[in-house]
Design a protein around this ligand. Structure first.
Ligand code: ADP
Ligand code: MG
Length: 681
């Protein structure tokens, strides 16, 4: 058996189908057998005709009461019809364009049909069912796997190919988990797992198979991350910053005192920076907890130790804002700070690149533009990525590679439960700011439905009349016929000319030119705009203390973590602030989610609820976190398994960081294979 055997040469495949399978990411035998079903159809439990429900897929055991009737309705269309019955009722079976079925059935004999039920009044029909005669089990009588598929590759075909793949394996897959782990966690062997996940004999055996495969997937991921962390930190020689550079120089110059949490985190960072292993630290802190100042102080330490620092933000708006904050605090120390975003002129850009290379810039703040190849540093000592959830692991490493093992700090305002942090950021040390600066007023949050528009608008007017400003966030840029949601352009048009015609209304969205966006943001900051209508481009980090109202249109379309982020745009100054969530829809989940938002301001609580109410699918979109997708595990459902794999992985790596011991050989193989040798230990 050769697991690397090209898929083309598996029985039933051939050149054309191989191409289709390639599109599904299946290139060899190993890929094929690891291509798990998306769901299953239980075709093992027959129902009585009387019990059938409209729209369900069901199995019936029946005898035909009429001959098969074939009707040609159009040139290329035939309909095959037949009435069947059991002891509770009758049902009409219909197929399209399969005239050969005419000779397949005989009245009085016994068949099983599995298909979609349609029921109108007393009339029961089943369309295009699969069938078996008597006790045959080709299509019925068992649990059938349904695979994620692609055009031109029907379920029956893909099922057959997988069956062929499994016969080639013939129960002889080498075990991938060590005996002691299988024993300790009561896991089945790999061959049982693979065969039962594809063609389970019962839901019991399916559960046993799934348990083992989920364990293996999470376990190898966790082991790999821990090994990776070790690789960064154990042997690698990083950059040691100067012990004589005091963070307190900056701290004492600030117009406010740092919170205890900020000081604690700075101590952790300071320790890392003076240590010879490179820092790889994640800083988690709720919106407004004051992460930027922490990054600034770390950058100060870096620059004063003779190195350059790079600060990467996900949007130009945010980068520009960071530039200002950094200059405010650090310019007085003679530190040279520049901005690199794609919107600047070529001349300016060339000049910055040159200075960066020569060491005439101490801190560079920018967007993805910093990742470009021609961005070269003289001696990069610190990389900070803000709002980490917008960047992937990959981007983090591209920028770090521009230096010689620089210290890395990643910051995120998406609070995630500890267990999950370990799997998402298992390769990082974690610091948490769990305290907001003093005197922050609680943001009053209201969830409202349609009828409240006028009251909301009057409330906004009243606040603006008192000198405040408001944000209105919509899910879409332009109107979209298919999606029933408010768009920025539509709303701006209406608000500018009607509802708020006596006020200064502007709009902002991601498709606008950088220059336009900057100038509108600038105007908003300077109080020249009363109401800013926008997409979520303003989601992260934007700081305008005078604005105290955040209205979110179609709040039901946003994740809770995202709503929390949006809400964090207000409540940044001395004024009582408000968040108004306008929502449509009446489902329980929507109402529960709105309730979470109106009852708590705690980002950790919100993220846990978000996870609970939406499941991991959306929460862990790769866009959000840049983590690999799991083939079978679901971080929400499998949280208990996740916890146990974490503790065992930590134990193993602690005792045997390079997985060199005999008992761990299989584990080393496992992660080498799963991560394509990208992680060298
Ligand atoms: P975030 O953690 O969301 O990035 P910021 O770093 O933007 O938050 O900080 C939000 C605001 O709070 C900024 O205006 C910042 O100057 C201010 N700030 C930070 N730390 C403190 C503190 N200890 N006391 C008072 N204000 C602070
Ligand atoms: Mg921030």
């Amino acid at each position: 058996m050769d697991l690397s055997k090209n898929i083309q040469f598996i029985k039933g495949v051939g050149e054309a189908r191989a191409k289709l399978l390639n599109r599904l990411g299946i290139f060899n035998l190993d890929d094929l057998i690891s291509y798990f079903p998306r769901t299953y159809e239980d075709r093992s439990k027959p129902k009585k005709i009387e019990e059938l429900v409209d729209g369900e897929d069901a199995l019936i055991e029946v005898i035909p009461v009429t001959r098969v009737n074939v009707a040609r309705i159009r040139k290329n269309m035939t309909i095959v019809k037949m009435n069947v019955r059991d002891d509770t009722g009758t049902c009409q079976i219909t197929w399209f364009n399969q005239p050969y079925l005419k000779s397949m059935f005989r009245p009085g004999e016994y068949y099983k049909f599995y298909g979609r039920v349609s029921k109108k009044g007393n009339r029961v029909e089943m369309n295009s069912p699969v069938y078996d005669k008597e006790e045959n089990t080709k299509n019925t009588g068992k649990i059938i796997p349904i695979y994620p598929s692609t055009y031109n590759l029907p379920q029956t075909t893909i099922r057959k190919i997988i069956e062929n793949g499994l016969s080639e394996i013939d129960g002889k897959l080498p075990e991938t988990l060590p005996e002691f782990i299988l024993k300790e966690y009561g896991l089945c062997d790999i061959n049982t797992a693979i065969s039962q996940i594809h063609f389970p004999e019962s839901f019991e055996t399916f559960n046993i198979a799934r348990k083992r495969l989920v364990f293996e997937e999470l376990f190898s991921m966790q082991l790999a991350l821990l090994a990776l962390k070790n690789q960064y930190t154990k042997d690698v020689k990083g950059i040691v910053f100067d012990k004589n550079v005091m963070m307190s120089d900056v701290i004492n110059s600030l117009p406010f005192t740092l919170t205890k949490a900020q000081l604690r985190v700075l101590e952790e960072i300071d320790y890392d920076l003076e240590n010879k292993k490179p820092m790889n630290r994640l800083l988690q802190g709720d919106v407004g907890s004051g992460k930027t100042i922490v990054a600034m102080i770390a950058a100060y330490k870096c620059v004063r130790s003779g190195y350059q620092a790079a600060i990467m933000a996900p949007t130009a708006i945010l980068a520009t804002q960071h530039l200002e904050s950094f200059k405010n605090i650090l310019s007085k120390f003679g530190i040279r700070i520049e901005l690199l975003i794609s919107g600047i002129t070529k001349k300016k850009k060339d000049e910055i690149l040159e200075k960066l290379k020569n060491g005439e810039i101490d801190i560079i703040i920018g967007t993805h533009a910093l990742l470009e190849e021609n961005v070269v540093f003289k001696n990069l000592g610190l990389v900070v990525t803000d709002e980490q959830h917008r960047f992937g692991v990959r981007q983090r490493s591209i920028i770090a590679e521009k230096g010689n093992n620089p210290n890395v700090l990643v910051m995120t305002a998406t609070p995630i439960p500890r267990t999950l942090a370990l799997i998402l950021y298992g390769d990082l040390d974690i610091s948490i700011i769990d305290e907001l600066p003093p005197n922050r007023k609680k943001i009053d949050t209201f969830a409202v439905t349609k009828g409240m528009d006028e009251r909301v608008n009057n409330f906004i007017k009243k606040q603006i009349d008192e000198g405040r400003q408001a944000y209105i966030v919509c899910p879409l840029v332009e109107e979209n016929e298919e999606i029933n949601a408010k768009s920025v352009l539509e709303l701006a048009e209406n608000y500018k000319n009607n509802v708020f015609k006596d006020y200064r209304v502007e709009y902002l969205h991601g498709k606008m030119k950088q220059k336009e966006k900057d100038s509108i943001m600038e105007d908003f900051k300077n109080g020249k705009i009363d109401i800013l209508i926008s997409t979520t481009v303003i989601e992260v980090g934007v700081d305008v203390p005078n604005s105290n109202i955040m209205v979110v249109e179609n709040a039901e379309r946003f994740g809770l973590a995202q709503l929390h982020q949006l809400r964090g745009r207000v409540g940044r100054g001395e004024y009582q602030s408000y968040c108004i969530l306008k929502y449509n829809g009446n489902s329980d989940v929507i109402r529960q989610r709105m309730k979470v938002m109106t009852t708590t301001n705690d980002g950790f609580v919100i993220s846990e609820k978000d996870l609970e109410l939406r499941g991991t699918g959306e929460f862990f979109g790769t866009r959000q976190h840049g983590i690999p997708e799991f083939k079978i595990a679901n971080l929400f459902e499998d949280i208990q398994t996740l916890k146990s794999v974490q503790s065992i992985a930590i134990k193993i790596i602690d005792k045997d960081p390079k997985l060199e011991k005999d008992e761990n050989i299989l584990l080393k193989k496992l992660i080498d294979k799963k991560f394509n040798n990208r992680i060298q230990i």
